[in-house]
Design a protein around this ligand. Structure first.
Ligand SMILES: Nc1ncnc2c1ncn2[C@@H]1O[C@H](COP(=O)(O)OP(=O)(O)OP(=O)(O)O)[C@@H](O)[C@H]1O
Ligand SMILES: Cc1ncc(C[n+]2csc(CCOP(=O)(O)O)c2C)c(N)n1
Ligand SMILES: [Mg+2]
Length: 354
């Protein structure tokens, strides 16, 4: 592969290349009037729909390590984590704006690969990438993605709205992303040690990561649960409150409970822990349930629903009932397999400043 520097193509040359890569996504926005190339993107929202918008930052060494993350995967993940926030409002994602700050040493081909990942994810979710911003970064790659979405006003689901007696529901499994990150970090450290001691790092000493792929995939390429949002719409089933699990089950359930003014009681034996995470926890002598509760980055949907409403979706094997909403005074508790109740808020979740 040849390597061009950003200095060779210049800012506008780079934007032209980016524009060409994301062009196929524009077909997803029939209401689009102007995409990349003017001071603003312009589109017609669908009639009678309410707009939602969300933005998230991804920083090198905070959200990703380029030694363990293929840039194409990173591009897809940057789109997915934002689409996940739109899904958490029970809305359908429509448009994305992507801003990047790039270190001068970063080859243009890697930026193109990053955008190929974004384009693939955008196609998967049916959203159009319609603009962004480009800058030099003095240290590390920075990505900022903003996604808009649409929903009928009555469908929009907030963190508030949970009521005592509602079931607490969760899509998919948890803990996979944290487990995947642990394996990737371990492999990186082994590689660095070999380099430090001037030893070859070759196939014979590289771990076979195949058996860990379920967790590594969950970490590098999480999928926003737009499939579940579409399913809820099809069944006309309305969650009373919803959030996506980005910082860990304990903390994100805490957000639903504090916004709704409720407590919750979860059953440990009902929490669907990723099976590869269990395998990895055994090997690393770590705790897969701890990753499920506090690891974060699984991007599953956590929602609450009255019993009658839940009957509309009870046949979906990918949605687990993990507990119930309780009055605020009862706290936010996890009943473990021995029947002992643990304060979920006392378990650590992800916090950028702690
Ligand atoms: N710097 C900021 N300025 C203004 N609003 C902010 C800022 N940071 C966060 N917010 C707002 O605070 C709320 C909570 O943000 P937070 O980032 O915790 O949620 P999230 O994006 O759903 O979670 P995650 O970032 O883990 O995916 C959101 O409404 C967000 O728009
Ligand atoms: C290099 C590296 N170190 C640590 C982590 C773990 N991590 C980073 S952000 C986050 C929560 C969601 O972030 P946000 O709240 O900003 O959406 C988690 C669990 C990682 N992915 N890569
Ligand atoms: Mg955020």
């Amino acid at each position: 592969m040849t390597h061009k520097t950003t200095a060779e193509v210049g800012e506008f040359g780079l934007i032209d290349r980016i524009s060409a890569i994301v062009k196929p996504t524009l077909a997803a926005s029939p209401g689009l009037i102007a995409g990349i190339g003017d001071d603003c993107a312009v589109w017609h929202p669908a009639a009678d729909m309410t707009e939602v918008a969300s933005t998230d930052l991804l920083l090198e060494q905070v959200h990703f390590d380029l030694l363990t993350t293929p840039v194409k995967h990173l591009g897809s993940k940057a789109i997915s984590v934002n689409v996940s926030d739109i899904c958490a409002m029970n809305a359908i994602p429509r448009h994305a704006l992507v801003s990047i700050a790039v270190p001068p040493s970063f080859p243009v081909e890697m930026i193109e690969e990053l955008y190929r990942g974004m384009e693939a994810a955008a196609r998967e979710y049916g959203i159009a990438i319609v603009g962004g911003d480009t800058s030099r970064s003095p240290s590390g790659l920075v990505l900022s993605v903003t996604v808009t979405g649409e929903a009928e006003e009555a469908n929009i689901t907030y963190r508030k709205g949970a009521e005592p007696g509602d079931l607490v529901c969760l899509t998919g499994t948890l803990g996979g992303s944290a487990a995947g990150l642990r394996v990737l970090t371990r492999e990186k450290l082994i590689m660095m040690e070999h380099i430090e001691h001037n030893e070859a790092y070759e196939g014979s000493i590289m771990a076979d990561l195949k058996e860990y792929s379920g967790a590594i995939q969950q970490h590098l390429l999480p999928l926003a649960r737009l499939d579940i949002v579409r399913f809820l719409h099809e069944r006309r089933a309305h969650p009373s409150a919803m959030i996506d699990v980005s910082d860990g089950l304990g903390q994100d359930l805490g957000h639903i409970c504090s916004a709704s003014g409720t407590g919750a009681l979860l059953q440990e034996n009902r929490i669907p822990v990723n099976s590869t995470a269990r395998l990895i926890a055994d090997e690393l002598q770590d705790d897969a349930l701890g990753w499920a509760i506090g690891g974060g980055e699984d991007y599953q949907l956590l929602f609450t629903m009255p019993h009658e409403e839940y009957q509309k979706i009870a046949d979906n094997r990918d949605i687990s009932v993990i507990g119930e909403i309780t009055p605020k005074e009862q706290g936010i508790l996890l009943k473990d397999i021995y029947g002992i109740e643990i304060d979920l808020q006392s378990l650590p979740g992800f916090d950028h400043f702690r």
